[in-house]
Design a protein around this ligand. Structure first.
Ligand code: GLC
Length: 419
């Protein structure tokens, strides 16, 4: 199998409004025709296809770019948060040769597929011209967007699965144990049992269990990157059945998970860094405060995820599209993403930037730093969507019924081994 590097193992974190003076001055009373060369033209619209963001970061990123210059105006086509659904929508557009989108945000698990299919414009020449070095950016993300030696993407934001816990509920001994990463899912189960109900909590541990890409991520984590598929599934089932879990856990995506935790209903939650951004930024609906929140590595490793920015090969605005990508992935853009949304900076120097660290407390949490050393990856496959679908279907079927565990294990192992 010619497995391309769609994805990489380590997240090596070692990481005016352009209202182009339209000339519409209402008081232009002397009615003389203006010479052509003083007419300012409308900015070129750059269409940015990116997933919805429940933090203010993406919106702010675009606003800042539009304010900085008046040649281009980025417009965001807000897409779904379901990665596979977004994949299919983009595929329909790109495979028809459409130039509807200029800049595309892509999940690390399928960016390589798009590059391989010839939908993206390589950016090596532009990077050279701008004197940008690949090593300035998050290594894992960069290799996810590198296909046959060519670079097709820059990081929008790298992602990492982490455990959120209520610091005001969990004992300091348990908190220390969690932060160290030296605990098991069974320990977490015992803690969930012990603490649910405290400070008006209703749920123990919430995570993503719906049949979608997030279930592949969570199965990766519970099974220690598929080293123990049977054990991982059994543990997930044990949680699903527990009286301290929400009844509709099998329908949970990141959004439901974030809501349960940020509204004070869950003691523990598995989510990505943006969930911290929402709490830190006191976004709508958030009632839990930052000082009530602890962050720890997950027991069997933390899955790497993230999103990448690429340029549609058929874009009619290549120059403007590149200008926006350069801004978004560079120092300024990544500072906005990391300080407004608590995203991990994909531009490495920012990991040691005091301003960024001050504004994004997550980066300095010991439990978070520990998680960075325990990263694991989803399966690497030339046909990633097919593999992931098979994992989701088998896992969800078992988790909803508790039946035919061995069959589910076999289906998942076959999918990983490309059978
Ligand atoms: C996050 C991750 C992405 C993953 C998705 C699953 O968006 O960044 O890599 O596929 O969650 O729901």
């Amino acid at each position: 199998m010619h497995s391309k590097k769609l994805f990489t193992k380590l997240l090596a974190f070692s990481f005016a409004a352009s209202i182009a003076l339209t000339g519409c001055s209402g008081d232009d009373s002397n009615d003389k025709a203006k010479p052509a060369d003083t007419k300012t033209s409308e900015p070129t619209v750059i269409k940015f296809a990116a997933q919805a963001d429940s933090t203010p970061a993406t919106k702010e990123l675009i606003a800042q770019f539009n304010k900085k210059q008046d040649k281009y105006k980025v417009e965001w086509t807000e897409m779904t948060n379901d990665s596979a659904q977004m994949h299919d929508q983009l595929l329909t557009s790109l495979s028809s040769g459409s130039s509807d989108y200029d800049v595309i945000s892509m999940d690390v698990v399928w960016a390589g597929e798009f590059a391989g299919a010839g939908y993206l414009q390589p950016i090596d020449a532009q990077m050279n011209k701008a004197e940008m070095k690949k090593t300035d950016f998050n290594a894992g993300s960069m290799s996810s967007g590198n296909y046959e030696g060519k670079q097709y993407t820059l990081p929008f934001f790298p992602d990492l699965g982490i455990l959120y816990y209520r610091k005001d509920i969990v004992s300091s001994d348990d908190a220390a144990k969690l932060d160290s990463g030296d605990y098991t899912y069974n320990d977490l189960y015992t803690m969930a049992q012990k603490y649910t109900g405290k400070n008006k909590t209703k749920f123990g541990f919430v995570y993503q269990s719906k049949q979608y890409e997030g279930l592949t991520v969570n199965t990766t984590e519970f099974s220690n990157s598929f080293k123990d598929v049977k054990g991982g599934l059994e543990t997930m089932y044990k949680f699903t059945q527990a009286s301290f879990e929400p009844k509709d856990l099998l329908n949970y995506m990141e959004g439901e998970t974030a809501t349960a935790f940020e509204q004070g209903n869950a003691v523990f939650a598995r989510n990505w860094p943006y969930a911290f951004g929402r709490i830190q930024g006191k976004e709508d609906g958030v009632t839990v405060s930052v000082d009530q929140v602890g962050v720890a590595p997950l027991p069997n490793g933390d899955a790497v995820g993230g999103w990448l920015l690429g340029l549609n090969k058929n874009s009619k605005n290549q120059e403007g599209a590149w200008e926006f990508i350069k801004f978004a992935a560079g120092e300024e853009g990544q500072t906005i993403m990391s300080t407004k949304g608590a995203y991990l900076p994909g531009y490495n120097a920012l990991l040691n930037n005091e301003e960024v660290k001050k504004a994004n407390a997550l980066l300095s949490y010991p439990g978070f730093q520990k998680a960075l050393t325990k990263t694991i990856s989803r399966p690497v496959s030339a046909e990633y969507s097919k593999t992931s679908d098979a994992i989701q279907v088998a896992a969800h079927k078992y988790l909803s019924s508790g039946k035919d565990l061995d069959q589910a294990v076999k289906a998942i192992e076959d999918a990983i081994n490309g059978k």
